[in-house]
Design a protein around this ligand. Sequence first.
Ligand code: ATP
Length: 509
Amino acid sequence: MLDALRTANSAFPFFYEYDEPLHGDPAEVHVKTPVVFIEGDGIGPDVTAAARRVIDAAFPHIVWHDQSAGASAFEAGIVSGVPAATLNAISETGLVFKGPLATAVGSGGKSANITLRKMFELYANVRPVIELPSVKSLYAGKGIDLVIIRENVEDLYAGIEYMQTPDVAQCLKLVSRMGSEKISRFAFAFGHSHGRSHVTCATKANIMKLTEGFFKEVFEKVAAENPEIGASHLIVDNCVQQLVMAPEKFDVIVTTNMNGDIIGDLAAGLVGGTGLAPSANIGDRVAMFEAAHGTAPDIAGANVANPTALILSGVMMLRHIGAFGAASRIEHALYTTLSEARYLTADIASDYKPVSTSDFASAVVDNLGYGSDFVPEREFTPIHTADIVPLETLRPVSRAFDGADVFVEWDGDVHTLAEKLKAAIIQLPFSLEIISNRGVMLHPSVVSEAETVNHWHCRFLHDGHDNDRRIQEAICALLAAISGVCTWMHVERLQSFDERPAYSKANGQ
Ligand code: ATP
């Protein structure tokens, strides 16, 4: 059994556990699972200690490797917020269980969390949103039980920004085939392994056809390969409206990074807020489990914080390594503790006398072995993250060069700019097709009352096909010609893939 499971979960360097379902005794657990433990900042030490105690009581087969990150690292002058020893330990174990980390003070605003996500390509952020007993919320009783799976690396959060002119800022929204395909495949793999039956993809594909639309297109291809799980698409604003009106109808939602950030917190608010929300950040080889809340400096060190989110993150970690029985035992003990309402922390105690973080953890430990009717019933099977690989077959086969978009700084009027540019490129194999400003076409001849800024988008069409070297030379000649008229900031190559234009049109074009 053990060998079979090791092979099945070869994504992780250490995978050792198999046990029986709820109320059964752990069986065939012989080898220890190493996990990097980062207590974190603010309330981190309180909630991680509590969650670790609960995990150890249900599953005494983890060897915790205490490491640091966050405030202590920044204070020691480590700008990334994560010491090399911590990175090495994570690389070795492939598993991290952590508390919230403080962000560096100062204009740099470095986040150790983001360092960890990027260093280990933790591309999938998983946020279960599940109604908990005794937690007051507007939606209590609806039986909300959904999971938000968010692409965690790309999109506007790649963090590539420029001031294009002194007056215009730009952020690059990067959406790759690999990123979209991996997160889509992960969503279906997660659905299979967590007994889920439907995946909804939420994008703004109607407006951002080449980024959000690309994500949707890739999702739909992956969905077609997974007919056992239902799949649909919602425009993201419609998705949030439906989430607020009928959240119980959702199962798994997969989406791009920024959409997911917003939807994740909105959905957490439906069941009591981010203070109760667990999360996981999953990559091919490393998986990191943490609460969605921050360091809560207002209650740090007071032993009053609610460790529920982190205990549930522990449940996610145990399921990730295949310890389904232990995960269920903790979940049932936690739900039992919450529904008894005798031991609740201050944030949810309302009419009851609150207990401390550590007393709440003790109550959960005492309840291990009890079952709760509140726990949603599901079948769990191992998830094989190493099998989630993009397929080359989805790539287009042909490409053509259509021209170039050049963004220029210009303080005059559009007609003068157009005349000067046309004169400058007269000897070149390009023609000026349009000029737009903030996405609105203003040349040739569109009547518009749009206000303009000093950042102009000029589209030059190329007069025919050529080899790549000559195309690049032509673009350089085009830029040289434009330099005689105004200052250019950036250039985009216009291409068609499989005869479809791979660039957007301006409003009015
Ligand atoms: P950070 O800057 O690290 O994100 P923050 O205070 O801005 O910290 P959170 O840490 O998420 O954001 O806290 C927001 C509010 O929720 C605070 O009032 C905090 O006390 C409360 N809170 C967050 N987590 C918990 C928890 N686990 N138990 C009780 N209250 C919590």
